[in-house]
Design a binder for this molecule. Structure first.
Ligand code: GDP
Ligand code: MG
Length: 175
């Protein structure tokens, strides 16, 4: 049995659902009450990838610093992949997703110099008052070099595993 460890950072504006996403993905739980965390949190998810391959995902959650749309290099250091999240019901968080991507690419890349594979997740698709069109998401996904995007609902548990699986496939190719 071999084991790989990957570092994945989750970034995006405050309240888009980053911490909830990590909790959902790692513990399959959802809390409605909003708890602002300060500092950096880690969560670990162990995935049996194949018969003899384990993958350990170290999920980094920024907390309290995301209002600056900028992270220190230390946080990005040696990341294998990134998830940028926004809230479909808050247009400003979508507009800022591009700034997050620029911050990421300006501060880190893979050891071969290529950009860190980055997914764009559009959260809160369970809510009806949307402020962002799918065509707009497609456009920024293409223009800013995201590896893909999908709508998700952390609350309802919609599309949590699938995008993470896709990201792992991408990391395995790059590895
Ligand atoms: P963070 O600041 O990005 O870490 O966001 P949190 O995970 O703390 O979530 C902020 C708020 O959004 C909380 O009240 C969550 O319960 C709520 N939330 C997170 N995901 C969803 C979702 O998919 N749908 C809805 N309706 N609310 C969500
Ligand atoms: Mg949080």
């Amino acid at each position: 049995m071999t084991e790989l460890l990957f570092k994945i950072i989750i970034i995006g504006d405050p309240t888009v659902g980053k911490t909830s996403f990590i909790q959902r993905y790692v513990n399959d739980s959802f809390r409605r009450d909003y708890k602002m965390t300060i500092g950096v949190d880690f969560a670990l998810k162990v995935v049996k990838w194949t018969e003899n391959q384990m993958i350990k995902l170290q999920l980094w959650d920024i907390a309290g610093q995301e209002r600056f749309t900028s992270m220190t290099r230390v946080y990005y250091k040696d990341a294998h992949a990134c998830v940028i999240m926004f809230d479909l019901t808050q247009r400003s968080t979508f507009q800022n997703a591009v700034n997050w991507k620029k911050d990421l690419d300006s501060k880190c890349s893979l050891t071969d110099g290529t950009p860190v594979p980055c997914l764009l997740l559009a959260n809160k698709c369970d809510l009806s008052h949307r402020e962002v069109e799918q065509s707009e998401i497609e456009k920024i996904c293409r223009e800013h070099d995201f590896i893909g995007w999908t709508e998700i609902s952390v609350k309802e548990g919609i599309m949590i595993e699938e995008p993470m699986r896709f990201l792992m496939e991408e990391m395995m190719i790059k590895h």
